[in-house]
Design a protein around this ligand. Structure first.
Ligand SMILES: Nc1ncnc2c1ncn2[C@@H]1O[C@H](COP(=O)(O)OP(=O)(O)OP(=O)(O)O)[C@@H](O)[C@H]1O
Length: 261
């Protein structure tokens, strides 16, 4: 088990709750993200995963509870302020400005996501982001012409352009082929190599088991497990709630890890 005693905490939630009318989508979830973590946020469809990250990042502020980012209480701050503080995210369904080119889309994040004057050459910085995520098209391609895989790369470049300390990735791997999954794994490792901690909402166990060190599992908005990857993945509560007896998925995960090594 990972000894977390001396590892810096970058993000905590304390009893974070989000209600939509009578529905409690996130119910008093407390969790800790440590520096260097790639934490997988797992749970069945509708468990509250996206609502949880929306509540942290300010897109849909929490009803109650606290968000502590590098020791500062940032609960309820809007997304642009959270972004400037160092939390960035990708979206399950990326929606860039349709008529902008790829480089222009990234430049909006470069310019608005960093404190004024800190990026001397926004074009060069944005180009570097596209290269970093191995964007497979010309930087001049118009966003509305991109397919889902290309849009996800663009969204990742956009999220990285604000120089985050923590990156949330919402279902980055859905719809990817096995080859593309391997590419994404490499990119995730490059991101952590930059000192960025990651919280990723993901259903694809292959990817989770290959890149995450810790997992957080929620069901019906409530945390049912948090801890080292193998412990959580083998927790009977998690298996019952989510992984089930899906041996196919587990076997595929093991194969992919072997291939990646
Ligand atoms: N804006 C909203 N208004 C009302 N209910 C919402 C809203 N957003 C989410 N919900 C509800 O909150 C619950 C949690 O949804 P959420 O999208 O967070 O789940 P999820 O775990 O991310 O699901 P999935 O894995 O399918 O993406 C669901 O019952 C959903 O219908």
């Amino acid at each position: 088990m990972k000894d977390t005693a001396n590892i810096m905490i970058v993000l905590e939630t304390k009893n974070l709750t989000k209600q939509f009318g009578g529905l409690t989508a996130v119910n008093a979830v407390s969790m800790t993200l440590y520096k260097g973590d790639v934490m997988g946020l797992i749970g069945p469809n509708g468990a509250g995963k996206t609502t949880f990250i929306n509540a942290i990042t300010g897109l849909n502020p929490p009803t109650s509870g606290d968000v502590i980012f590098f020791g500062e209480n940032t609960t309820g701050l809007p997304p642009e302020k959270m972004c400037r503080k160092g939390i960035s995210r990708t979206f399950q369904i990326p929606s860039p400005f349709p008529k902008m080119s790829a480089i222009e889309s990234v430049m909006t994040a470069t310019v608005f996501g960093n404190p004024p004057g800190t990026i001397k050459d926004p074009v060069a910085h944005s180009r570097k982001m596209l290269e970093f995520v191995e964007f497979p098209m010309s930087e001049d391609v118009i966003s509305e012409q991109l397919n889902t895989v290309q849009l996800k790369r663009l969204d990742l470049a956009r999220a990285l352009a604000s120089n985050p300390k923590v990156l949330f990735m919402d279902e980055m791997a859905s719809g990817l082929s096995e080859g593309e999954l391997l590419d994404i794994m490499k990119i995730i490792r490059k991101i952590t190599g930059q000192g960025i901690s990651i919280l990723m909402v993901e259903h694809i166990m292959q990817l989770i088991m290959a890149v995450c060190n810790r997992l957080l599992c929620i069901q019906f908005g409530t945390k049912i497990a948090e801890g080292p990857k193998d412990e959580v993945a083998n927790d009977p509560k998690v298996t019952k709630a989510y992984l089930g007896s899906n041996t196919d998925e587990k076997n595929k995960a093991e194969e992919l890890v072997a291939e990646d090594n």
